[in-house]
Design a protein around this ligand. Structure first.
Ligand code: TYD
Length: 208
């Protein structure tokens, strides 16, 4: 049986990742492909507990935060992502390795070499087959998140931090243009869902 695909969604706060991830799962279902929707940090009970811990209060050391995100990901891969892909189903994940590279790497200053080493030892070979980076002006993203009453502690970060995150994702996409597709998160929900479905159909389902 063919292994499933792992598709991830990345971007700043309020970029519409979660909404688009569910649209994609529904679209895949319509094409006869079973896909599991999940998120990071979290996705499985142990990792969801780590999520509560990490998001409730920032640890004193950026290393602690980095290692907790990495630990949550290990559980997620072991208990959900890998077994689902092995069954031939697809996984659509709201945030994954690129969030670590940007938030812990760019923003919190964790060394790229350390991030890459931990990825190689704990994530590989479960890298995404495709990553959508939803790029949105942080001002619009924060307004959306505020309107939903969903401001996490990261949202309270400075404008400079939000710009760093945005640029960080764009730089990652430029470095891996085959895996990463950047889309305008300022588009309407329906328009964006159509663009995402078209990319997936073209890339994996041979539909043009
Ligand atoms: P969440 O409320 O899920 O934010 P969003 O709705 O924007 O996805 O909180 C997740 C936060 O965790 C988000 O601000 C980014 C951060 N994060 C990291 O810093 N590193 C990571 O590896 C992951 C997966 C998330």
């Amino acid at each position: 049986m063919a292994r499933g695909k792992l598709i991830t969604f990345e971007g700043g706060e309020g970029s519409g990742k979660s909404t688009q991830a569910s649209h994609l799962v529904a679209h895949l279902g319509g094409q006869g492909i079973e896909a599991v929707l999940t998120r990071e940090p979290g996705g499985v009970p142990f990792a969801e507990r780590l999520r509560e811990l990490i998001l409730a209060r920032r640890p004193s050391s950026p290393n602690t935060e980095f290692l907790l995100f990495a630990a949550a990901r290990c559980e997620h891969i072991a208990d959900l992502i890998e077994p689902v892909l092995a069954l031939g189903q697809w996984v659509v994940c709201d945030r994954y390795i690129d969030s670590t590279r940007v938030y812990q790497g760019r923003l919190a200053g964790i060394d790229d070499e350390l991030i890459s080493m931990v990825e190689q030892k704990t994530v590989a070979p479960v890298f995404p087959d495709l990553t959508f980076i939803l790029d949105v002006n942080p001002r619009i993203g924060l307004e959306r998140a505020r309107a939903r009453g969903e401001l996490s502690r990261y949202d309270a970060a400075s404008d400079a931090a939000h710009r760093t995150v945005r640029q960080g994702f764009l730089d990652l996409a430029a470095g891996e243009p085959k895996r990463c597709v950047v889309l305008d998160g300022g588009e309407t929900e329906i328009e964006l869902a159509g663009q995402i479905a078209a990319v997936v159909d073209r890339r994996f389902l041979g539909r043009f």
